[in-house]
Design a protein around this ligand. Structure first.
Ligand SMILES: *[C@@H]1O[C@H](CO)[C@@H](O)[C@H](O)[C@H]1NC(C)=O
Ligand SMILES: *[C@@H]1O[C@H](CO)[C@@H](O)[C@H](O)[C@H]1NC(C)=O
Length: 294
């Protein structure tokens, strides 16, 4: 878990995968110049995707219609056409990824309350105190409001900007992500052919530490709380990875982040994919694609 002060960050960008043969290594790259997030002049501390159209840059694409066409009047409609145009080149696959971080959880609030040293050395290894639970933390009231704001934003983009919503959805198995995804997408007027039915993927979880907020709940518990979600094949009943006082090295995290991306890209040919995960894990996913500004 990153000791990040950013409570909700969302990065959206297009990524290319050279998947000429599924047996070969898939190589990922970010297509720069489409979203403001990858511009060196964008300050991640002040960047707000809610006020900047997800960071989508106003620009022309080589696939823009040559005469006015009401089907392509917004930037999102033209981007969608551009992705289809790029995908005509068969050797490279172009996908728009929406990487959503969960809203504030009780573990985030507890870290602020106790201070990072006391949190890391003592409280984070307990399930909670006498009044608050932060093991597999749920969203705080503030975290719920954050996710609802993103839901409103998606609703306006769908109705006003004619954005193409994700065609498939993936989420971390930790409660705060399962719930953020539901609050963000479940009530939207989505196309019938691409409903909100997320797949729960073990390797989208946060970097594993001794903190109890990194221990997921059982498959049965997740199913009871999110009955419409599907589990990836082989998803275990009990968390197979979390062990008290053990931490996952970040090199290992990057390897499983690459494995989960390869799995998604090998089995899913959607043009637009949503992933709900964590700040540390999104950082790890991006490390495999893209050299982040230091
Ligand atoms: C992009 O274009 C829209 C609509 O024309 C406009 O409202 C918005 O301010 C522009 N954004 C930037 C960053 O230029
Ligand atoms: C338990 O921790 C929370 C912070 O997460 C704090 O607000 C609350 O006051 C604590 N309860 C007690 C009894 O100290």
């Amino acid at each position: 878990m990153l000791a990040s002060t950013v409570l909700y960050g969302l990065l959206a960008f297009a990524s290319t995968a050279c998947a000429a043969s599924p047996k070969k290594q898939i190589k990922y790259e970010v297509v720069t110049g489409v979203f403001a997030q990858d511009s060196p002049s964008t300050d991640p501390n002040t960047f707000n995707f809610l006020t900047t159209n997800f960071g989508l840059l106003n620009r022309t694409y080589p696939s823009d219609p040559t005469s006015p066409d009401s089907k392509y009047s917004t930037q999102w409609q033209r981007l969608n056409k551009y992705i289809k145009y790029l995908n005509k080149e068969k050797k490279t696959r172009y996908t728009l990824l929406f990487l959503g971080r969960h809203g504030e959880g009780f573990h985030n609030a507890a870290e602020s309350y106790f201070g990072t040293p006391a949190w890391n050395c003592y409280w984070s290894e307990r399930d909670g105190n006498s009044t608050t639970t932060w093991a597999d933390a749920k969203l705080t009231e503030n975290g719920i409001v954050q996710a609802q704001a993103v839901n409103k934003f998606w609703a306006s983009l769908l109705s006003e900007q004619k954005i193409t919503p994700p065609q498939s959805y993936y989420t971390s198995p930790l409660y705060r992500c399962l719930d953020t995804a539901r609050l963000t997408f479940a009530s939207l007027p989505l196309p019938k052919k691409s409903p909100f039915v997320p797949t729960v993927k073990e390797f989208l979880r946060e970097g594993i530490s001794a903190h109890t907020c990194d221990r997921r709940s059982s498959k049965t518990y997740i199913h009871q709380n999110f009955p419409d979600y599907v589990f990836e094949k082989g998803f275990a009943e009990q968390d197979p990875y979390w062990k008290a006082l053990m931490a996952e090295p970040s090199a290992d995290q990057d390897i499983r982040s690459k494995a989960v991306l390869d799995d998604i890209f090998t089995h899913d040919d959607a043009d637009v994919i949503s992933i709900t995960s964590h700040s540390g894990e999104i950082g790890s996913l991006l490390r495999g694609m893209y050299t982040l500004p230091a």
